[in-house]
Design a protein. Structure first.
Lengths: 181, 454
């Protein structure tokens, strides 16, 4: 088995790189987040997402009710389809930014960060790559956990490293890096 | 609001809001409901026959016949409540205490209880009640004037505009601070969180209500809720609270009423020292409320200005309030402070260093990476931190590795201070901490006069 060499460390390292590396190594030494904390963070994420979705819903309700598009009952099919597609597009964008973008840039969804949890690469402690994030959030959480009737979510209860099915698939770990505020 | 329930501002136990202001509001609203119950029953019976006056327009919309408007004008509730076609000040004020039915009353009881209770940390009950009444009245009045409805004799009632005025008040007083929320997770450990007040209110209240109130301006209504009164009530409450703060001369760096009362009773010492007098005063206030990050930042600004004047015990007093949470939220300030103290040759208290977690130290260190000619201070800081760790412990091992790595990047690090910039170190143009220090110092000089005046 070869030694894993980080791409960014092949060149000349700066002080900030060294500190980032020290932080990542520290994350790996932090305790694994337990099931209770992860469930609480997930519930909070759903609440935040619900608030964002209801904002989108109300925004589109107002657009339909506004006099700029004419009477709501008299809207043409094309406009209705366009509005529906725009709404689906906005919701998809929200989901992408909420779960995938935050995971690759900040190391966790907003609720996870609030709870002091960090999703890291299981071997290096680094933030997940875009590909890993997609595997974790889309393939792992949505498809595999549905296929296992949600049992994948319960795996942390039975494993010492508290990893769920989507963590195993994306080679990630959820660490508790500090006490939640 | 229902999913994420604001419990209180993030303050120590002694400043937590009391229950009785909320209970007074509940009793008041219930008594008013009982008092006007007969009128409400008569009104609902009266309105039942309104269907006979409704016609369908050419566009398919429901409209009232002219006789329908005359019929509505005589409804019993309009003797107590205002409508856009028939209102006066007395009815406008009384509308804040009228509710159309029990669910409407119940929802507003919850809101009024929470609003009155949460404001009790900042203002006395009389001020809370006045803001509720005035803010609510302004909200209802503007809504009466702007809303477009099927008839101008639709009464606008409810305490919700007043409740939003109380929320506006809370927003003004606690905007820069944090709020504790409960979110229905059945755990004492994980069911509560603290968030910045500005974040949550933006999404839940302002955004949704602004969007919905915009819909109210159009002829086709979305629901029968008076969103416009909510938004205007919120704005009026915020305006009144801001005015109150101006009248009370409430400094922006004080969070709770307890702190304000303490602050206003401290008299200016005869031998006023522009550094030590405010320093001592602010440390005393921080002892009252250790969550007041604004005051901590102000204190740090004071220290940047005259760091040489700090003695060891003062540094120890100051560092007691530099908690891991504060470091996480304001690492730029703490990084600049550590640098400044290091520069003037002050030692960081070993007790504070021993209590500070490793990840907080890395955060501070990240803020000290630039400018390159001051990177030796970072090395010094890490070394000081290592000195207070148990030899051979996990943290000690990590720090040994880290210092070795830093030494390879900064040849000669830790040996002597490097007053001039080294070209080899200028490879990382991260956020310039020196700029932050400079901006803090500039901010300070402008605040110097205010400090002296206080």
């Amino acid at each position: 088995m070869g030694t894993y060499v980080r791409g960014k460390l092949r060149g000349k390292r700066s002080l900030a790189d060294t500190l980032n590396e020290a932080e990542e190594e520290h994350f790996l030494d932090c305790p694994n987040a337990d099931f209770l904390l992860r469930a609480a963070a997930y519930l909070l994420d759903l609440i935040f997402l619900f608030l964002l979705f209801s904002a989108i819903k109300h925004l589109f309700t107002v657009i339909v009710a506004s006099p700029f598009l004419g009477q709501p009952e008299q809207l043409s099919e094309d406009v209705k389809v366009l509005l529906a597609l725009s709404r689906i597009g906005s919701e998809t964008l929200v989901i992408y930014f909420y779960f995938i973008w935050t995971l690759t840039v900040y190391g966790g969804s907003p609720a996870k960060l609030i709870f002091g949890l960090r999703v890291v690469h299981a071997e290096t402690g680094e933030k997940l790559s875009f590909f890993q994030a997609i595997i974790r959030e889309v393939f792992g959480k949505t498809f595999c956990n549905s296929a296992t009737l949600g049992i994948g979510f319960l795996l942390p209860l039975f494993r010492d490293d508290a990893r769920a099915l989507h963590d195993l698939l994306s080679r990630s770990l959820v660490k508790k890096i500090h006490g939640h505020p | 609001m229902i999913l994420l329930v604001p419990i209180s501002p993030e303050v120590p136990k002694i400043h937590l809001p009391r229950l009785w202001p909320g209970l007074v509001f509940i009793i008041m609203l219930c008594l008013c409901f009982l008092e006007i119950h007969d009128t409400l029953v008569a009104d609902s019976r009266y309105v039942e026959t309104l269907q006979t006056y409704v016609i369908q327009s050419k566009t398919g919309k429901s409209e009232l016949k002219p006789e329908g408007h005359q019929y509505l004008k005589l409804r019993p509730l309009l003797k107590l409540a205002p409508s856009s076609g028939d209102w006066d000040l007395k009815r406008l004020l009384f509308a804040n205490f009228i509710h159309g039915n029990i669910p409407h009353l119940f929802l507003n009881l919850v809101g009024a209880f929470a609003g009155a209770r949460i404001c009790a940390t900042f203002i006395p009950f009389l001020a809370t009640f006045s803001i509720f009444l005035l803010g609510g009245t302004v909200g209802l009045w503007v809504s009466l004037m702007l809303s477009s409805e099927i008839s101008q004799y639709i009464p606008h009632v409810g305490a919700s505009a007043g409740i939003f005025a109380l929320m506006g008040t809370y927003y003004v007083f606690n905007f820069k601070y944090r709020t504790r929320y409960f979110f229905w997770f059945p755990s004492r450990r994980a069911g509560f969180i603290s968030l910045r007040t500005s974040w949550f209110f933006f999404v839940d209240v302002l955004l949704l209500e602004l969007v919905l109130s915009a819909a109210q301006l159009f002829p086709s209504r979305i629901d029968s809720v008076d969103h416009l009164a909510h938004v205007i009530g919120f704005g009026a409450g915020a305006g009144l609270a801001y005015l109150l703060r101006l009248v009370m001369k409430w400094p922006s760096f004080l969070q709770t009423r307890g702190e304000f009362l303490y602050w206003s009773k401290i008299s200016r010492p005869k031998d006023f020292d522009p550094f030590h007098s405010p320093f001592e005063k602010w440390i005393q206030i921080l002892e009252l409320n250790r969550y007041n990050d604004q005051l901590k930042m102000k204190l740090l600004q004071l220290v940047f200005r005259d760091s040489k004047k700090l003695n060891e015990s003062e540094i120890e007093q100051l560092m007691l309030f530099i908690s891991p949470t504060f470091i996480r939220l304001h690492s730029d300030y703490v990084g600049a402070l550590v640098k400044e103290l290091s520069k003037v040759g002050k030692r960081l208290p070993p007790t504070w260093l021993a209590q500070t977690p490793y990840d907080s130290v890395i955060r501070i260190a990240k803020e000290m990476t630039s400018p390159p000619d001051e990177q030796y201070l970072l090395y010094k800081f890490i070394t000081e931190y290592r000195a207070v760790q148990h030899e051979g412990s996990e943290v000690d091992r990590k720090l040994e590795l880290l210092t070795t790595k830093i030494s390879t990047i900064m040849p000669g690090a830790g040996a002597t201070p490097q007053p001039t910039s080294s070209p080899g170190l200028a490879e990382n143009p991260d956020t310039d901490t020196s700029d932050k220090t400079r901006s803090l110092a500039t901010e300070n000089s402008s605040q110097e006069k205010a400090t002296k005046a206080s």
